[in-house]
Design a binder for this molecule. Structure first.
Ligand SMILES: [Zn+2]
Length: 510
């Protein structure tokens, strides 16, 4: 009986050991795992490491800083890299919250991307399965970017630890990339030459699943503010005035007629950000902010036609038009060889084990959202193939990076399946232990992939060869006009207003 207990004890210890490493025996057997890779997976599995980076993610979640205002979020990530021994350059490419951390020297140079900006109006208490804001109307992390920057730095630091231990050559770089939600930073970072020496880039995004994909995705985009300036007058004697709001309205009528004559791949949406303050004062200033989205091939023609609609509004109303491009970006071209390599590492790492409490929270949230109550996922996804000609949907400035270096995105788990992106339900799930485990799994897949690219020249060559062919077909020509600088003012007022109210809810290690 005693011996039996002893045996069971040893067995369960071994089982715990394997579980702690987060690796199934099967996946180890199926893939030959080198010592450097074993090391980074083990290093990231240490409970104190999971907790350390989990807490950083939770802090960034509580800061919930909007694009280009991510001062505290960028600082905590950059400081952590610096403390770990990285050389950190801050305030790059004209953006105070853009930074690059570098460790090692010489070729190859492997980059990891990381984001940390939040979204407006989504404030929500963490791990509360019904809508319950921390501060009503304040920003929140509804896309999981708090976990992404954190996953990226933890992967980079794990790789650095392996470099120190095994002495292999090369450079690991972490690219702290602000304002992804407004798709702003990457064209400026490329223009500043930050990716010039990079051989391959590992991108990541928070998700409910664990997987990757290749091929062309998303939409190219122009984000532009059209401003009209007229002449004010009394609303009851308006003949002396020229309404700037009329200019906006005529432009919007014209673009809505334009829709019929655009190929279905387009997306177009706008908000009027300035339109007067009282009906009895003719507004002399009005502005409308447009997102104009299409495939790389169709974007510029569509944009030119939208600009013509704006000109028509100004001409018809006798107002003056000014055009401010906030950003302009390409579609994404995910590298197949990179995605195949990342997929192997995703399968090696496997889906985290979720606790009963985590499953219960997931089901409660799913119930509140009217979704099927299936809890957290148990299996990693399969490699996703390209979706064909029409890919549509959202946009990311990661696209521009995919045109200057081979890149694919590792989607890592942590969000509850059925939680809605850019919605309070996503904010609720991006905090706490599911987010910690998810970002840790993502960090493992990234670190393992970086090890492959640093130590196996043949693997890296496959990515590079595919990229060289693509670069000939689609040479990088930025959509971003040469004279556009980062719009540092974009969220300044909004963040100033919320920051003072949010400060007392910051989650920080004192
Ligand atoms: Zn996102």
């Amino acid at each position: 009986m005693r011996l039996q207990n002893f045996k069971t004890g040893i067995l369960s210890c071994l089982l715990v050991f394997v579980l702690v490493l987060g690796l199934s025996v099967q996946s180890f057997a199926a893939q030959k795992v080198g010592k450097e890779k074993k090391f980074v997976l083990g290093w990231l599995s240490q409970p104190q490491i999971v907790e350390k980076f989990g807490r950083i993610s939770d802090s960034i979640w509580s800061y919930a800083e909007l694009g280009l205002q991510e001062y505290k979020s960028a600082k905590i990530l950059a400081d952590t890299l610096e403390k770990a021994g990285f050389t950190v350059e801050r305030g790059l490419a004209g953006m105070p919250t853009c930074f690059v951390g570098t460790y090692g020297s010489g070729k190859p140079v492997i980059g990891i991307l990381g984001e940390y900006d939040a979204l407006p109006m989504l404030s929500q208490k963490g791990r509360v399965p019904n809508q319950d804001p921390v501060i009503k109307g304040a920003p929140g992390h509804g896309c999981g970017h708090n976990t992404m920057g954190t996953a990226g730095i933890s992967a980079a630091i794990a790789v650095k630890e392996a470099m120190d231990k095994y002495g292999f050559k090369g450079t690991i770089k972490f690219f702290g990339s602000p304002a992804e939600e407004t798709v702003i930073s990457r064209p400026h970072m490329i223009r500043a030459g930050l990716f010039e020496d990079v051989d391959a880039v590992i991108d990541n995004h928070s998700s409910s699943g664990f997987g990757t994909s290749y091929g062309r995705g998303g939409n190219a985009l122009f984000s532009t503010v059209f401003s009209f300036t007229g002449r004010t007058s009394h609303g009851a004697s308006p003949w002396g005035g020229r309404s700037a709001l009329d200019g906006v309205e005529i432009m919007n009528v014209a673009t809505n007629y334009l829709r019929e004559h655009l190929l279905f791949s387009y997306r177009m949406h706008y908000v009027i950000i300035e339109g007067g303050e009282a009906p009895n004062v003719v507004p002399d200033k009005a502005s409308v902010w447009y997102y104009v989205r299409n495939s790389d091939e169709r974007l510029e023609d569509m944009y030119r036609r939208v600009v013509n609609c704006a000109k028509a509004g100004a001409l018809a109303t006798g107002t003056e038009l000014s055009i401010r491009v906030i950003t302009a970006i390409h579609q994404r071209y995910a590298n197949k060889a990179a995605a195949e390599l990342f997929q192997k590492n995703i399968e090696l790492v496997g889906m985290p084990e979720w606790s009963e409490e985590e499953q219960a929270f997931a089901k409660a949230l799913q119930k509140d959202l009217g979704r099927s109550e299936r809890g957290m996922p148990t299996k990693v996804g399969r490699l996703r193939e390209p979706r064909g000609v029409f890919v549509g949907g959202g946009s990311s400035d990661v696209g521009d990076v995919s045109l200057v270096a081979p890149l694919a995105t590792i989607r890592f788990p942590g969000q509850v399946p059925g939680a809605i992106s850019h919605h309070w339900s996503s904010v609720a799930t991006n905090y706490g232990t599911t987010a910690w485990k998810g970002l840790n799994a993502g960090a493992k897949a990234m670190a393992a992939s970086a090890i492959d690219l640093l130590t196996k020249p043949k693997e890296l060559k496959q990515l590079r060869d595919e990229f060289e062919v693509q670069a000939k077909e689609h040479p990088y020509k930025p959509f971003l006009p040469d004279d556009v600088t980062p719009p540092l003012d974009l969220n300044e007022e909004l963040m100033k207003k919320w920051r003072q109210l949010m400060e007392k809810f910051y989650i920080e290690d004192k």
